[in-house]
Design a protein around this ligand. Structure first.
Ligand SMILES: [Zn+2]
Length: 704
């Protein structure tokens, strides 16, 4: 982290040069379809080879037809969706090759591209449920047994440069052909097939503005051929870049405070990106991003947009570039977002066709800040991260393309036709409805404990991203790893944080803002408990309770406040305090604890009043006797309370609390989590200043 390019850096970041990772011993035991999978995984899992998603691979294999029992040629080709790096065998579509070739009878010209997609399912072999991708004709129409189509940065850099065609000739002689830009589909497949038929002896074809397609007679030969072509392109570009800076040289030095600047900026940007759904943010200040954003050419190149369709679909027509000197000016920032949306609407109006789908969200996806880095926004964290990574690929492409000529972006109308392609729209319409907390960010203090972890799990389950804060490092990491496994590594982060230490609290919220873009939900839960008669309550014990339970809640709310306030125009935010029955009901022999809890509950009411104009709701859950999983109940408190009640500190204590409750039931962390979840969610959008008791019934704690 926090890598910094020295101001003296003169040489452009080089392209990675891949090498074959094929293992003959491993491959020897594989069946033909498994060899295709092996080759695909090798290509896709090596990010020096290709970007996420990574294109597609195919093999034409002999299979036994389940209907006739005789051998038949089947095209195995990476299906729609997924990533060749992590796919399994079920990620391939399988189709009768003779039926695929027969489809040409239905094709009259480029206007039939969409229609041809509808015929693909009719060619399915063996009832395979995996949908065939729109790139299938590229593979079926070429008369080669093994075909790879990939989009590595070094290759697209050639494909998107004014000098790309000349460079292709220079690097590979006549071995690799060149087709002008054509958007993916059946027509591109026909063009490619005809081009290869008339230009004999080709080993592959560059697809302008897009990538490369190449082939060989075996899985291993095809894999090694692909890797070699990428290495050739990378070596060629590296030789051209050597000894001179990228993008006209660095004009804005990388700011050593950029992490803090990003944390301060992201919640304000996120708050301004109003629309139907909230956004998650992702920040990167890797060397490539800093080299680009700080360069002389950033504004000119950013305005051109990206080239490869994969890059474009993820990153939108163009990024928003912000002047780092004006970031503190909120009115200026709002103007930038407003102008961007107007620019996007104008693009939509210029390019729309009579049957185009309605305009989608007009907010920028990529925001570039010279000296600071690259920030991306999307409706979920993974998409935001991937958008950033794809823009990173686009930066590499621009660097290489400019090293040999002029970078050429995708034509605006072509870009629009891809973005608003009816089949793409149909795919979006089929997406499942977002979960209730999708796009929300929650910070949970005491996140490694019983109630905290249960609440975090409940929020994660309904789609929130969660920053766990806890002072117990080891427990925190264990909980984080567990959640990352269950809900995915993108949606959970952890910050070591003692709520009595204001600097640590500030750092946790800053981290949350930088990791996710802001905050929508605060669950203040970190607590302790103590028990002592008044005469034996030392000032140390008194202060300890008030430090954690009163001052701790105050400090977490205070530092959450600006982040929550930034979301004022996005439908509001929620603060949930985990209180206690003892905040309402007096407790003998625990006056420090109970009165500190009462202070926190009253703080919640004060904050409810203060937060309402900014859409910040503040509510309290009052648990009682949640013993399972609680760190509080592991310590002296258990013995102390057992002593107070004159019972054994073991099983008897649970029994005592169960019997004492009106409903005669145990109260579990999950029960508290459910109430906290309700108060955090829009289901309680009209509630603030409330308390919910979750205590299996306790008349003493009835609110009045
Ligand atoms: Zn492609």
């Amino acid at each position: 982290m926090n890598m910094q390019i020295p101001a003296t850096a003169m040489t452009a970041t080089p392209f990675a040069v891949p090498a074959s990772r094929w293992d003959d011993a491993y491959a020897a035991a594989l069946l033909p379809a498994e060899l295709l999978l092996y080759r695909s995984n090798l290509l896709g899992s090596d990010l020096t080879v290709t970007n996420f998603g990574g294109g597609n691979t195919s093999a034409k294999l002999s299979e036994v037809d389940p209907l006739t029992g005789s051998a038949v040629e089947v095209l195995w080709v990476k299906g729609s969706g997924g990533d060749i790096g992590s796919m399994k065998l079920d990620g391939f579509a399988t189709l009768y090759q003779d039926k695929l070739l027969g489809l040409e009878a239905h094709y009259a010209g480029p206007d039939d591209d969409d229609k041809m997609v509808g015929f693909l399912p009719h060619c399915t072999f063996n009832l395979n449920a995996r949908a065939a991708s729109i790139d299938t004709p590229l593979h079926s129409l070429l008369p080669f047994a093994h075909v790879d189509h990939v989009h590595p940065d070094a290759i697209i850099a050639l494909a998107a440069s004014s000098e790309g065609e000349a460079a292709t000739r220079e690097i590979w002689g006549g071995r690799i052909g060149w087709l002008p830009w054509k958007r993916p589909g059946y027509t591109l497949g026909v063009m490619l097939r005809d081009y290869v038929a008339t230009n004999t002896g080709l080993e592959g074809v560059m697809l302008a503005g897009h990538g490369i397609i190449c082939w060989a007679d075996s899985a291993k030969a095809c894999y090694e051929h692909t890797v070699e072509l990428i290495a050739d392109a990378a070596n060629y570009l590296n030789a051209r870049q050597a000894g001179r800076p990228a993008f006209g040289g660095q004009v804005v030095a990388s700011n050593p405070d950029r992490a803090a600047i990003a944390a301060d900026l992201m919640p304000r940007l996120r708050g301004l990106m109003t629309g139907t759904r909230r956004k998650l943010g992702h920040f990167s200040d890797d060397a490539e991003a800093l080299e680009f954003v700080g360069s002389a050419d950033v504004a000119r190149l950013a305005a051109l947009g990206t080239s490869c369709p994969d890059h474009f679909l993820r990153t939108k027509i163009a990024p928003l570039v912000l002047d780092p000197a004006k970031l503190q000016d909120n009115a200026w920032l709002e103007e930038q977002i407003t102008d961007y949306r107007a620019m996007y609407a104008a693009y939509y109006d210029r390019c729309r066709r009579p049957n185009s789908p309605a305009m989608r969200d007009a907010n920028p996806v990529v925001v570039l800040v010279p000296g600071v880095g690259r920030i991306t926004f999307a409706t979920d964290k993974t998409t935001a991260r991937l958008a950033g990574e794809f823009y990173g690929n686009a930066i590499n492409v621009m660097r290489g393309a400019e090293a040999i000529g002029d970078y050429i972006a995708l034509d605006e109308q072509e870009a629009f036709d891809i973005e608003y392609w009816l089949l793409e729209e149909a795919k979006l319409q089929r997406m499942p409805a977002p979960k209730p907390l999708a796009g929300r960010v929650a910070l949970v203090t005491g996140g490694a404990g019983g109630i905290g972890a249960a609440t975090a799990a409940r929020l994660l389950k309904d789609g929130a991203c969660v920053m766990l804060a806890d002072r117990d490092d080891a427990a925190l990491e264990e909980v984080r790893v567990g959640f990352a496994k269950q809900y995915g590594p993108d949606v959970v982060r952890a910050a070591t944080c003692d709520v009595t230490d204001e600097a640590q609290i500030a750092a946790a919220f800053s981290d949350c803002a930088r990791q996710f873009g802001g905050l929508d939900i605060l669950v203040a839960n970190a607590g302790i408990a103590s028990s002592a008669p008044i005469a034996e309550t030392t000032t140390v014990l008194w202060d300890k309770n008030y430090d954690v339970l009163a001052k701790g809640y105050f400090l977490t709310a205070k530092h959450a406040w600006p982040l929550l306030k930034a979301m004022k125009n996005q439908g509001g935010t929620s603060v949930v305090f985990i209180g206690s029955k003892n905040a309402v009901a007096a407790a003998a022999g625990a006056s420090a604890y109970a009165s500190a809890k009462a202070a926190a509950n009253h703080l919640a009411r004060c904050l409810a009043l203060e937060g309402a104009p900014d859409g910040i709701r503040v509510n309290v859950v009052n648990p009682d006797a949640v013993i399972k999983g609680s760190k509080i109940w592991d310590g002296d408190w258990r013995k102390e309370r057992a002593g107070t009640h004159g019972i054994d500190a073991g099983q008897e204590l649970e029994e005592h609390y169960r019997k004492r409750s009106m409903l005669g039931r145990d109260v579990l962390p999950e029960d508290i989590a459910e109430a906290a979840y309700w108060l955090a969610s829009d289901a309680s959008a009209k509630s603030t200043g409330n308390m919910i008791n979750v205590d299996a019934g306790n008349a003493q704690a009835f609110t009045r």
